[in-house]
Design a protein around this ligand. Sequence first.
Ligand code: CTP
Length: 400
Amino acid sequence: MLQGKFVVLGVTGSIAAYKAAELVRLLKKAGAEVHVVMTSSAREFVTPLTFQVLSGNPVVTDMFEKPVRWEVEHVSLADRADLFLIAPATANIIAKMAAGIADDMLTSSVLATRAKVLVVPAMNVNMYLNPITQENLSYLKEKGFYVMEPDEGPLACGYSGKGRFPEPEKILKFIEKLVGVSRDLNNKKILITAGPTREPIDPVRFISNRSSGKMGYALAEAAVERGGEVILISGPTSLQPPPGLYKYIRINTALEMREKVLEYYGWCDVVIKAAAVSDFRPKNYVEHKIKKGDSASMFLELEKNPDILRELGERKQKQFLVGFAAETDEIEENAVEKLRKKNLDLIVVNDVTAEGAGFDVDTNIVKIYYKNGSAEEIPKMTKKELAHVILDRVVNLLKN
Ligand code: CTP
């Protein structure tokens, strides 16, 4: 999987530094060329010689030592990297990276790289859970760094909890996934909508639907991994935005979603409308909480929300449009009708009554209908896998 890949491994001063030696062995076995950079505290735990022998390359430890080749070493490693790993990563290196500090070889190299950077924290549970460390990690994720969650269990410091360095095999699997994804959406501008909308009735009540946003968020994450510049416009969900987004915009109502989507429509090459937009909203918003009163029933008048995707279809220029539809019956007829009416390039349809499809589950079973009249059944898979399948189709069609 890693044949010919240039991996730079930064080792920092954690007791787990010795486990990084096994990681080097596995990376080499998978075909990678590995170059190790150690901080001075890492050298207190393991000698550079261990990493030199295992990687078959000189270990870089100091910014000012005589370089092996006359290149600016930290820039040369940073440039050549396909993947930059910091494993194990201490709270200290995480804080320095978040602050943009470059005061040794490792921090300078990581600041200079344009490769994907994967941080694998390992530390005492309280240091890991400290809000400062957590905020630094969130900030790094927001900036497009990848962070692998530490394992839970007994720690070298005597405590037990989250902070263990994951087994090297597990880290390797994570890396293979990260590197395996091709950057075929490089420079493509992609707008994705996700989640439900909320249509307020009064200050404490609203109309909404069961959409969790998982499909849209999976699409956004996958599109970022493939190099896309992604704007995610999301209704209310409990999900964390994936790292590396160009913009993350939260909205509540269909009208707010429409406004934001139209604002960026001219900017984008691809629009994927995974959001479950409420078709109707209460006609009159009541400023004060509605009292139940004595009447046995109540009447709530609704008015239609604009069909955002249909509007996009009407105003379509260069944009590639992907729609979603959740259906319960006459699936094919409904899908084909929506594809035509909304001027879409493809529509992803799921039968929400099927097991393993639809709302708030991690898997989906869908059928994709294309503008040229063809259709394709996609087997049950995770929403993240499905996100990549959909993007594969988009990339292929964009080539034609
Ligand atoms: N959609 C939209 N604006 C709306 C309603 C739907 O942009 N007001 C988009 C959805 O994001 C989705 C697609 O249109 O990509 C299909 O949504 P769906 O609710 O299945 O279709 P509707 O056109 O609303 O038809 P119906 O609810 O009658 O099945």
